[in-house]
Design a protein around this ligand. Sequence first.
Ligand code: PGA
Length: 255
Amino acid sequence: MRRPLVCGNWKMNMTCAKSVNLVNELLETLDRGVLADVVVAPPFTALRSVSTLLEYEKATIALAAQNVHWKVRGAFTGEVSPEMLTDLNVAYAIVGHSERRHVFGETDEMINKRLLGARAASIVPILCVGETLADRDAGRTQDVVRGQLFDALDEVESISGEELVIAYEPVWAIGTGRAAHPEEANDVIRHLRALVGSRYTPEAARTTRILYGGSVTPGNALDIFREPDVDGALVGGASLDPAQFSAIVAAAANA
Ligand code: PGA
């Protein structure tokens, strides 16, 4: 049985003080005994404060970074290294988010390096893959996600279920209010799971958590999580509202 995982991706929102408020509200609204892994990805500037708060509260919420560089240190203005993140108890790093790919031009090669850098520091990558509307209309969804997955996993010789999280995020569903139909999301996620199995082992396919992301709300979460291959969600907009995010986490645990 794969344990559900819900990650809130705050994107470029929340000052430090607002981040701390949001986590405090989350700690009040989240059911502590909930049977799901809960992760938040604040902006880099708030990681330190949120990390300290989570430690102080002995909270079970884990911390993710929204990106990670592959080198330990060096002349890379504007980047943040895996070592800087582990120093703040960051356990996960989102890599290959569609906004990084499409707004900032990150290539599959760069995403592969980021993923390798995270793994080398024992940070679990949350690897995002997903097709654009044009890809989808042209019937290329499965090919696109296969290419993104295998390029990102270049030089990764083996994986176990604890070492990687994949998020299927159709670009046309992100921030649009138009989530994928649960069955459509499940079809792509089943395909991704089979690809993990073909490249690694049946055990890796069985244990790797694959999330759905794109306009997840408390209203559609349960239907999405009831699909057999969907193991949770990467949540953008709704993760900025503690009540909505907690409701999505509860749906993941109860699906
Ligand atoms: P959204 O974002 O939930 O606001 O659609 C999801 C994401 O970008 O991870």
